[in-house]
Design a protein around this ligand. Sequence first.
Ligand SMILES: *[C@@H]1O[C@H](CO)[C@@H](O)[C@H](O)[C@H]1NC(C)=O
Ligand SMILES: *[C@@H]1O[C@H](CO)[C@@H](O)[C@H](O)[C@H]1NC(C)=O
Ligand SMILES: *[C@@H]1O[C@H](CO)[C@@H](O)[C@H](O)[C@H]1NC(C)=O
Ligand SMILES: *[C@@H]1O[C@H](CO)[C@@H](O)[C@H](O)[C@H]1NC(C)=O
Ligand SMILES: *[C@@H]1O[C@H](CO)[C@@H](O)[C@H](O)[C@H]1NC(C)=O
Ligand SMILES: *[C@@H]1O[C@H](CO)[C@@H](O)[C@H](O)[C@H]1NC(C)=O
Ligand SMILES: *[C@@H]1O[C@H](CO)[C@@H](O)[C@H](O)[C@H]1NC(C)=O
Ligand SMILES: *[C@@H]1O[C@H](CO)[C@@H](O)[C@H](O)[C@H]1NC(C)=O
Ligand SMILES: *[C@@H]1O[C@H](CO)[C@@H](O)[C@H](O)[C@H]1NC(C)=O
Ligand SMILES: *[C@@H]1O[C@H](CO)[C@@H](O)[C@H](O)[C@H]1NC(C)=O
Ligand SMILES: *[C@@H]1O[C@H](CO)[C@@H](O)[C@H](O)[C@H]1NC(C)=O
Ligand SMILES: *[C@@H]1O[C@H](CO)[C@@H](O)[C@H](O)[C@H]1NC(C)=O
Length: 369
Amino acid sequence: MKYAGLVLAVASTAFGQSLIEVLGGRPELSQLTGLLNSSGLAGDLSSLTNNTLLAPNNAAIGAFLNSSTGAAVATDSALVQAILQYHVLQGNYSTVNATAFIPTLLVPPQYTNVTTGQVVQANATGSNVTFFSGLSSNSSVVNASIPFSGGTIHIINRFLTVPQNISTTGVALNLTSAVGAIGQLNLTQAVDYTPDLTVFLPNNAAFQRIGGNLANLTVEQLAGIFAYHIVNGTVLYSTDIQNGTSVETTGGNVTLTLQGSNVFVNNARVIRPNVLVANGVVHVIDRVLNPANTTATPNASTTEEAFPGATSASNEPFTSGVPTPTSAVPTTSAAGGSSSSSGGAWRPIETGAIGMVALFGGAAVVMNI
Ligand SMILES: *[C@@H]1O[C@H](CO)[C@@H](O)[C@H](O)[C@H]1NC(C)=O
Ligand SMILES: *[C@@H]1O[C@H](CO)[C@@H](O)[C@H](O)[C@H]1NC(C)=O
Ligand SMILES: *[C@@H]1O[C@H](CO)[C@@H](O)[C@H](O)[C@H]1NC(C)=O
Ligand SMILES: *[C@@H]1O[C@H](CO)[C@@H](O)[C@H](O)[C@H]1NC(C)=O
Ligand SMILES: *[C@@H]1O[C@H](CO)[C@@H](O)[C@H](O)[C@H]1NC(C)=O
Ligand SMILES: *[C@@H]1O[C@H](CO)[C@@H](O)[C@H](O)[C@H]1NC(C)=O
Ligand SMILES: *[C@@H]1O[C@H](CO)[C@@H](O)[C@H](O)[C@H]1NC(C)=O
Ligand SMILES: *[C@@H]1O[C@H](CO)[C@@H](O)[C@H](O)[C@H]1NC(C)=O
Ligand SMILES: *[C@@H]1O[C@H](CO)[C@@H](O)[C@H](O)[C@H]1NC(C)=O
Ligand SMILES: *[C@@H]1O[C@H](CO)[C@@H](O)[C@H](O)[C@H]1NC(C)=O
Ligand SMILES: *[C@@H]1O[C@H](CO)[C@@H](O)[C@H](O)[C@H]1NC(C)=O
Ligand SMILES: *[C@@H]1O[C@H](CO)[C@@H](O)[C@H](O)[C@H]1NC(C)=O
């Protein structure tokens, strides 16, 4: 992954045809056009200026409408509107040639607590442009850079997934020790609903390797350790990270280090960067951070822990009572990739409970109330 700055072309030229005219001339977007018309949102979108529409093609819409949730939600124009807002980027990105985190028009707190607008991650590898959304779902651009009077359309092959809260995302990513610890500390509400968070979530193996130490801690000590994993009030994506930066968590400062393609938080390696969540971003790390050891430094070649006299536990700590993950999410071998490269392997929207939540996020919850 590249951590260089933004490399995007922001065009300002206005082209003649309106969005609806352009969509109407594209048979592969006929289902989107139909959805816009039937939900009464066509008018809203025609007022766009300086925007980028990620337009799901007929195959993407078909998969959406054929799911039971899709069929139910398609008749609720408020929900459809929120999902579509997430498909409209702030700014006219006529081309994308680097990694960037781009705010969308999805802003209402009912659907996101990223206060400047929930983002999508744009990523370009050669001519392959992919947008990552909630649960690291990926949507690839199949037809790029179609101009309309208010900006640019990129046609994508899969609906974007509205980012989920941290608890739901954590369970989907098999981070059940972290989710369990959050629950035992009564921090679930704060972690899920505080706006604009960056959270470093250790994987289960990281908790298990120091499980002996954790077992002896008081609740206050455990809370202090967890606080050291939360940046409250700043959403830090990988593109914001510079080598050697000191970042203030709620439990003290951590140091971010770049080594080759790896990013470290103190001595913990980021094994899955940039998981977009409803209220910010999660970076999955391979060690538990210790606020009493702020000088812990990267040392990829050892298994040294930041906790003195580390002893492991036979079970994964804190996991009792945490739901079993229902979605297989691939792991990455290095910080560079946040997703499986086999496009078909990872389709959280297609089946089961996670799929429904994945697509509609807070919306599905709202719908069930
Ligand atoms: C993003 O693109 C870069 C090349 O620009 C590539 O090295 C990296 O693996 C890509 N990341 C993801 C998550 O696909
Ligand atoms: C990305 O695109 C912009 C505008 O088209 C261009 O100026 C820039 O050189 C490109 N960067 C790379 C790395 O290709
Ligand atoms: C277009 O939107 C981008 C992103 O919000 C903003 O930076 C830029 O100033 C806008 N340009 C115009 C001409 O409004
Ligand atoms: C945003 O936070 C509010 C509480 O301030 C909460 O009611 C709402 O559900 C949150 N939104 C999401 C999408 O999590
Ligand atoms: C969490 O809440 C429960 C029930 O209110 C309480 O019994 C427990 O002591 C609380 N735990 C912490 C760590 O505050
Ligand atoms: C973040 O800070 C606010 C204000 O101090 C507080 O209400 C909230 O609980 C904090 N959230 C977390 C997750 O620490
Ligand atoms: C979750 O991770 C543990 C190891 O930490 C592994 O044993 C288990 O199979 C994983 N479960 C899923 C559903 O990936
Ligand atoms: C935890 O406490 C037990 C007994 O209370 C003790 O035997 C053990 O050495 C302690 N473990 C650590 C890592 O401090
Ligand atoms: C902690 O990080 C903040 C933000 O980068 C910085 O302003 C502050 O000086 C740091 N504090 C220490 C003790 O390093
Ligand atoms: C980051 O800084 C460390 C020293 O603190 C250095 O070893 C490392 O090579 C640097 N990484 C990059 C990518 O420059
Ligand atoms: C701090 O963490 C490092 C691992 O980076 C470890 O070598 C060292 O022993 C730890 N120091 C203390 C005081 O626990
Ligand atoms: C483009 O990248 C995405 C995400 O890495 C991948 O799933 C997809 O297969 C790639 N498409 C092509 C044509 O290489």
